[in-house]
Design a protein around this ligand. Structure first.
Ligand SMILES: [Zn+2]
Length: 200
């Protein structure tokens, strides 16, 4: 690869020094990796860069691999939090075992699938939205509760008569499994003592 001579796109010289440089490529969800990219320097005019454009495909392949890794990491996170894939697939009307196949890499999700998984990681209650046939009552309440939890510095929640209760910070799934209503969340709040910042 290094032996093929390259031509400087600026001055046309073939006195091109071909080197490589390490660059970190990140996807939008925080996964990143280092790749070796071509870095050419014209000894005659000083022009530098990727003279043949060969880096483009490397970068694109890397980004695709990062997206796959992001999906796998998120689904592993769901697994670690005992999220029921079958229930999630039902709610989202995905074919059975879709999430498992995405997780074990046997199927690569489409771009839309990647985005869906990212949204689910950020807003797990979207599953509840789907379960409720996209009616807003419970989902909206859940959204408000989740938002309050995210922004509250004390990780507490205050009910309508002003009573504050500590909540489990890890309640993004607790809230799904424990009741889906403000009342049940409030009841559970009093019992929740575990503070788990892992989701931050
Ligand atoms: Zn040149």
């Amino acid at each position: 690869m290094m032996s093929e001579s390259k031509i400087c796109p600026l001055c046309g010289s073939d006195q091109v020094e071909q080197t490589e440089k390490l660059e970190t490529i990140s996807d939008s969800f925080g996964e990143s990796t280092e790749v070796k990219l071509a870095y050419d320097i014209c000894k005659r005019c000083g022009m530098d860069g990727d003279f043949t454009g060969c880096n483009n495909s490397i970068i694109q392949e890397t980004i695709n691999a990062l997206k796959s890794q992001t999906v796998i990491s998120i689904l592993q996170y769901f697994s670690d939090h005992n999220v029921n894939f079958a229930g999630m697939e039902r709610a989202l009307e995905l074919p059975q075992r879709t999430l498992s196949k995405w997780k074990n890499g046997s199927i690569t999700p489409t771009a839309a699938g990647v985005t869906l998984v990212k949204f689910l990681r950020l807003f797990p209650w979207l599953t509840i939205v789907a379960e409720n046939r996209f009616h807003l009552n419970t989902p909206l309440l859940t959204h408000i509760i989740e938002s309050v939890k995210k922004i509250s510095p004390t990780y507490g929640i205050t009910d309508d008569i002003g009573t504050s209760a500590p909540i489990a910070v890890d309640a993004e799934y607790t809230c799904i499994t424990l009741g889906k209503t403000y009342d049940s969340l409030r009841q559970d709040n009093a019992q929740q003592e575990r503070i788990d910042l892992a989701w931050l």
